[in-house]
Design a protein around this ligand. Structure first.
Ligand SMILES: Nc1ncnc2c1ncn2[C@@H]1O[C@H](COP(=O)(O)OP(=O)(O)O)[C@@H](O)[C@H]1O
Ligand SMILES: [Mg+2]
Length: 440
């Protein structure tokens, strides 16, 4: 289980840092409880991972309020926001699927609008911010808006929000407090951790509690955390850098912006294509955009295949431009807001062991050379090819054809590698002689 979920505070008391913000939030909730709030809605804003969403839910729990969460970036939910606005005074509240929820006597329902800065508005769009403003004016229930980017929220038609809402800033959490939290988590998990490592994680995360907890979990695969594991954190930094690059590529509006980003990232096109492939569907929500983008990606893949086959690395730049610039301009819609990107599943399994990775890669290269396909495609075929090796006779011939080493064979067939390798050697010699004497 993800530790950020496991250790998500359920009460405001457990939320670390942000003393002033918590007090303001409590005061506002008490006003609502007494039925005379000075502002009907509150905006919680600040950097990611500092406890905004957590605090909103914890507050509801502390006060025994029900929670209705609406996601502002979802088109469907904008309709619901509009509906809430139009139904006027909200004694009863619409649930996410449009049903009314009847309230317990006197119990409040806290409406939480997370990622409120994600609303993007076309001209004449009465969803979005305008609907929120209207909703706040008429609501009989407390509303919390959450945003990373305050200024994006209150600009344009959001200007009124500033007047209508209580704005509460969530600040970065101090490294001292984060280190103390990490220590508590280690104790609960029965982990013995070198305090230097915990301090270092807390320092690196730059006030972002979520990423600190994630970092801790990523190195806590044993019950002991030692100083050597700091090296792995460096690797995590690199990962973060790649996420940023992927974000800039997928969000780019111009070809050259995306291509420039690719050069800056300095990631091999073979890896880059995996990153883009894995994360495209998370970013491009419209199916036509996705289809066009994958068209570019498949062309890039063709070029990568040619690079391998011809060993001509000059083609790399075409592949790179197609997979970054091409993909970037394939979208006709704008996708604002935060997308959680993923580490390519395939790369992650490879990175687990360098030795393993090298063997796999050379196998893929050899298969690709014979089958005229990219290493990546070859990797996809590997499970099928493995099945062919179940037949001993065929196995030797295949091993000779692909020119697998004994080590590579071991990866494919396990214990029988030696035997098959010897057999394949014989076949290879026979073939050489056949060529020598010009036999067919
Ligand atoms: N101030 C905090 N105190 C304790 N845990 C926190 C805090 N901020 C973040 N976390 C941890 O990080 C996770 C994500 O926090 P979240 O509230 O979603 O951040 P935000 O909404 O500000 O991006 C939580 O589940 C919790 O584990
Ligand atoms: Mg949040």
């Amino acid at each position: 289980m993800n530790w950020t979920e496991k250790y998500r505070p359920s009460s405001l008391k457990e939320v670390i840092g942000n003393k002033a913000a918590k007090e303001a939030l409590l005061k506002w909730a008490k006003e609502w409880q007494e039925g005379k709030p000075s502002k009907k809605a509150a905006i919680l804003y600040g950097k990611p991972g500092v406890g905004k969403t957590t605090s909103a839910y914890a507050l509801a729990r502390d006060f025994g309020w029900e929670v209705i969460e609406l996601n502002a970036s979802d088109e469907r939910n904008r309709e619901i926001i509009k509906k809430i606005a139009l139904t006027g005074a909200i004694h009863e509240v619409l649930s996410i699927d449009g049903k009314y929820i009847t309230s317990k006597e006197g119990a409040r329902k806290l409406i939480i609008l997370d990622e409120a800065d994600n609303l993007y508005e076309k001209q004449g769009d009465y969803g979005g911010k305008k609907a929120i403003v209207e909703t706040i004016k008429v609501t009989k229930q407390p509303i919390i808006l959450i945003a990373n980017d305050y200024y994006n929220l209150i600009k344009g038609s959001g200007a009124e929000l500033r007047r209508l809402c209580l704005s509460i800033e969530f600040k970065k959490v101090s490294s001292r407090e984060i280190a103390a939290l990490l220590k508590r988590i280690c104790q609960k998990e029965g982990i013995v951790a070198d305090p230097i490592v915990l301090n270092e994680i807390a320092r690196r995360c730059d006030g972002d509690v979520r990423s600190a907890i994630n970092d801790l979990q990523s190195i806590a695969y044993e019950k002991k955390i030692t100083r050597e594991m700091l090296a792995y954190l460096g690797y995590r930094d690199r990962e973060r850098e790649i996420f940023m690059g992927i974000r800039n590529i997928l969000k780019a509006r111009e070809m050259r912006t995306a291509i420039r980003e690719a050069w800056r990232m300095d990631e091999s096109p073979d890896n880059l294509i995996l990153w883009i492939d894995e994360n495209l569907p998370a970013e491009y929500k419209h199916i036509e955009d996705l289809a066009r983008a994958y068209e570019f990606l498949s062309r890039a893949d063709v070029f990568l295949g040619r690079v391998w086959r011809r060993q001509y690395y000059g083609l790399w730049s075409y592949a790179t431009e197609l997979m970054t610039g091409g993909v970037a301009v394939a979208k006709r819609h704008e996708y604002r807001g935060f997308t959680a990107y993923h580490f390519p599943a395939w790369l992650r399994s490879m990175a687990a062991s360098k030795q393993y990775r090298n063997v796999r890669q050379s196998i893929a290269r050899k298969i690709g050379r014979v089958m005229h396909c990219s290493s990546r495609k070859a990797m996809e075929m590997l499970p099928e090819i493995k099945k062919l090796f179940a037949n001993d006779d065929l196995a030797a011939r295949l091993a000779a054809k692909f020119e697998f080493s004994e080590e590579e064979l071991e990866f494919i067939v396990g214990e029988k590698a030696r035997e098959i390798f010897k057999e394949a050697e014989k076949l290879r010699k026979m073939k050489e002689q056949a060529v020598l004497f010009n036999f067919k």
